[in-house]
Write a protein that binds this ligand. Structure first.
Ligand code: ZN
Length: 195
């Protein structure tokens, strides 16, 4: 009897833990979906893999959006376990190192996760071309970072830093010759700052 009682406590504990994790994931997805919806201009969803699914997830990309054969995007994006994990605690990353010029890979990959959410959001808005999508995303990374708790100035610095350090190293299909200050893809052509 005592064995069964102990077993029940253990099983109950695991179930409670699983439920808490599930609740946490739902909360995070809702928060990310609100940000993505603002950028997409319509109500869209963001999916983060469950703990078990994340163990078997071997994708290398940070996120994805499916398009159907007519070129219409799905109503949600699937983010990688790593992207979701970083975004969950983005407010704990100190981006003041950008100003000092001594940031490392940790800050870069954290910033890139915020950029990934912006990128997938513009796919959800209807842009399929990677070059166009990426240019719009690079101009909205600060928006995502700020919404996730990064102070305004640090978020702006992050956006400029990723454009300077990340963009030139991307595959050519992600680079658009129209992505420059005052260019056709400049979302704020009247501001001197770019992105
Ligand atoms: Zn893309």
């Amino acid at each position: 009897m005592r064995v069964i009682a102990v077993l029940l406590v253990v099983v109950g504990g695991l179930a409670a833990l699983g439920f808490a994790r599930h609740e946490e994931r739902v909360r995070e997805q809702d928060q990310l979906a609100a940000i993505a919806s603002d950028l997409a201009g319509r109500a869209v969803g963001v999916r983060c893999p469950s703990f078990v699914a994340s163990l078997v997830d071997t994708r290398v990309e940070g996120g994805r959006v499916q398009f159907d054969e007519t070129g219409r995007p799905a109503r949600h994006t699937d983010l990688s376990p790593e992207t979701c994990k970083v975004l969950r605690h983005l407010d704990r990353i100190d981006f003041t190192c950008i100003e000092r010029g001594d940031c490392g890979f940790k800050e870069f990959s954290a910033g890139w996760a915020a950029h990934t959410l912006a990128h997938e959001s513009f796919h959800l808005r209807g842009f399929q071309d990677e070059g166009v999508t990426e240019c719009y995303a690079l101009q909205n990374t600060a928006f995502v970072a700020e919404r996730l708790g990064v102070p305004k100035q640090q978020a702006q610095d992050l956006q400029a830093w990723l454009y300077k350090r990340g963009y030139p190293n991307e595959p050519s299909e992600y680079q658009s010759p129209q992505c420059y200050a005052g260019g056709p893809l400049d979302l704020r052509p009247h501001e001197s700052r770019f992105p």
